[in-house]
Design a protein around this ligand. Structure first.
Ligand code: CO
Length: 319
């Protein structure tokens, strides 16, 4: 049986309005702007991850995709890996299939080698990323290309709608210099993988879920507003320090995932006492049935059975 959802109660309302009036001007308005701020989205729920292992024995923390948070439509899984003990990662993820969704690797530290049945190979480096659209099928491996040192990063799965689940697979190797670095001034830095912020676009485009995906570093007390599509579901995962939700009596600590309210077109954040580093993501919910068996995510049981048949008889990797 699932445990009750871990949830912290938050304050909103009158106190938040007072706090907004006292806020520094939005950084997007430029230094010295007195532009009044809109109240950004508040946080609806907070989750912490669950330790697990995957692949050939890689230790990780599952944040989305655990019993308390099966999915966050259209996000299916968020895994955090972070260890300087080779035993926790060295076995890697040998050949395995996927069908029906997209996988994104965000590498903070370390080196991981991707290989797939289409003949693609790429080294995912700290500060870089990889965006793989499994579509009708891909068989790939992700193996550490280091024998020691820190391996740190994330894997995020984003669902595809029924009409795209059997599309052709696609692989985008995103070296650090292929990502879009944004500087908001005052030591605030963001690295954009997908989406648009202040007319700057991330390299991953034309996805049906209109994703925004970035890493963001905020010094202590630095404030930033990130625009998000009104219809998009959004979350932040803090991996260092802590962050305040500006204008509200809400905050997220290290290793907490905050799910934002579904309405509102900005997310306003302020670095905590020691600053913060986080992953911020938003994408359009698909509102379709989700049937997931391990590496296959389809709309019906029948489609899952077919995926297993195609994988076992080898045709998944021939498509
Ligand atoms: Co995989």
């Amino acid at each position: 049986m699932d445990k009750p959802i871990e949830r912290r109660e938050f304050l909103a309302g009158a106190a938040a309005t007072v706090a907004v009036a006292a806020c520094a001007p939005s950084v997007s308005g430029g230094g010295g702007s007195t532009k009044p701020q809109a109240l950004g989205r508040g946080i609806a729920d907070v989750f912490t991850g669950m330790p697990t292992t995957d692949g050939a024995g890689v230790s990780l923390t599952r944040v989305i995709g655990q019993p308390r948070l099966r999915n966050l439509d259209p996000f299916l899984m968020l895994d955090r890996f972070h260890s300087d003990d080779p035993n926790a990662y060295i076995a890697g993820f040998p050949d395995h299939p996927h069908r029906g969704f997209e996988t994104v690797t965000i590498m903070l530290d370390g080196r991981m080698r991707h290989r797939d049945h289409k003949g693609n190979s790429g080294l995912i480096l700290g500060g870089g990323s990889q965006w793989m659209t499994a579509g009708r099928g891909i068989v790939h491996s992700e193996m550490p290309e280091q024998e020691g040192g820190l391996m740190s990063g994330f894997q995020l799965w984003i669902n595809l709608p029924a009409r795209e689940k059997m599309r052709a697979p696609e692989y985008q190797d995103l070296q650090p210099d292929a990502l879009t670095d944004l500087s908001f001034g005052r030591g605030i830095n963001a690295r954009l993988i997908a989406g648009t912020v202040d007319n700057e676009r991330g390299p991953v485009r034309d996805r049906v879920t209109h994703p925004l995906l970035m890493t963001l570093k905020l010094p202590a007390n630095a404030h930033v507003e990130i625009p998000v599509d009104r219809d998009n579901r959004a979350f932040a995962f803090v991996y260092q320090g802590d962050v305040q939700i500006d204008g509200r009596s809400q905050s997220l600590r290290s290793n907490e995932l905050g799910v934002f309210e579904d309405k509102g077109s900005t997310i306003a954040l302020r670095g905590g006492e020691h600053g913060a580093a986080l992953v911020l993501a938003a994408a359009t919910p698909l509102r379709e049935p989700i049937v997931q068996y391990g590496p296959f995510v389809m709309n019906t049981e029948e489609e899952i059975r077919q995926a297993y048949i195609d994988y076992r008889n080898g045709s998944l990797a021939k498509m």
